[in-house]
Every structure is written in C-alpha cells, then in structure tokens.
Design a protein around this ligand. Sequence first.
Ligand SMILES: Cc1cc2nc3c(=O)[nH]c(=O)nc-3n(C[C@H](O)[C@H](O)[C@H](O)COP(=O)(O)OP(=O)(O)OC[C@H]3O[C@@H](n4cnc5c(N)ncnc54)[C@H](O)[C@@H]3O)c2cc1C
Length: 168
Amino acid sequence: MIAAGFESEALLNAGAGTLKSTYALISEPLPKISGWHRQCLIWESGTPYLYLRTTTEGRVIVGGEDEDFVNAKRRDALISQKARTLVKKFGRLFPDRPLEVAYAWAGTFGETKDGLPYIGVHPRFPHVCFALCYGGNGITFSVIAAEILRDDFIRRTNRDAHLFRFGR
Ligand SMILES: Cc1cc2nc3c(=O)[nH]c(=O)nc-3n(C[C@H](O)[C@H](O)[C@H](O)COP(=O)(O)OP(=O)(O)OC[C@H]3O[C@@H](n4cnc5c(N)ncnc54)[C@H](O)[C@@H]3O)c2cc1C
C-alpha cells in the first residue's frame, strides 16, 4: 500500500496528476475583523485562487499564488515575494485591517483533471493499492481513502470506490 503523497509521482511517472508549488502565510493575532461574516472560510475560485481563514487565536491564514513548477529551491526563493502579494490581496478585501506576517511558507501541491483523488489499484501495479489524496480537499480525501482501502483489505464492497479509481 502506497500513501506517500506527492513522492508517489516518481513511481507513476506523472500518470496520476500534476504537481505545483503553493504559498501560504499566517498573521500575528488581529482583533475581530468586521465585515467578515462569522470569520468563515473564504475561497475565491478564480485563477489564481485565493483562500483565507482564521484561527482560534485570531490569526489569519492566507494562501494561493500557485506556480506551475516543482523545484524546492526555486519555490522557496519566491516565499517573501508571494507573501507580499498575499498581504496585498488581503488588503483589497479588508483595507482597514493591516496584516502583520508571523510566518510564510510554501509547499508542493497535487492536482488531478477532475479534482478527485486516485484511490485503489493502479493497472501497472496490480498488487499495490495507492492512496493519492491530491487537491485542495486532500485531507478529507485521506479519510475517504482510508475507508476504501480498509474495505478492500477486508474484502468488503465500498459503494464509492469506483469514483476514485485509476482510469476513471
Ligand atoms: C500549503 C498547503 C495547504 C493545504 N491546505 C489544505 C486544506 O486546507 N485542506 C485540505 O483538505 N487539503 C489541503 N492541502 C492538501 C493536502 O495537504 C494534501 O492533498 C494531502 O495531505 C495529501 O494527502 P496524502 O495522504 O496523499 O499525502 P501526504 O499528506 O503528503 O502524506 C504522505 C506521507 O508519506 C511520507 N512519505 C513520502 N515518501 C515516503 C517514503 N518513501 N517512505 C515512507 N513515507 C514516505 C511523507 O513524509 C508524508 O508524511 C494543502 C496542501 C498544501 C501544500
């Protein structure tokens, strides 16, 4: 069973999705921001997308600004520039709330054409199960993968397994 995230691409030779670089920052704590309905998650679905969320201590996480390459050195060299852009974009939404960056970082991010993960046996590796939970909902997909692969292991039918199979 292989659940090695983006490292699995090395085995599959880009046969399961595309990898990108993504950027995020977390701010110093802020007082409650008026005009931000219930401090809910905000996800702008444009290209490039932007997402914002708050933490229980009143910090703001802002992310997006993806780049179409995977090279850790090149990716990390852009962190301060990307953080400045994310702060600017936050400022457009909440102009009266200056944001002080506490930490900014970057990560590799995987995408598939239909936005769904790949879970199950790969045709080239008939005795191997993969859990490739790519995408912006990858953490939720991880739980789905655990359930599907558990069912496969104990030979129980899982009604959703076909949705995530390779070659769908
Ligand atoms: C900045 C950023 C923000 C994100 N935000 C969200 C979000 O808000 N919500 C959401 O749902 N998803 C989010 N994601 C996506 C989510 O993190 C991924 O889609 C998800 O973690 C993928 O799960 P996975 O189990 O496939 O791989 P991973 O979580 O990457 O797990 C793979 C594990 O395998 C290990 N590994 C690698 N190679 C080997 C090896 N050879 N041997 C042993 N172990 C190995 C790795 O160290 C790692 O622990 C975000 C991703 C990034 C980069």
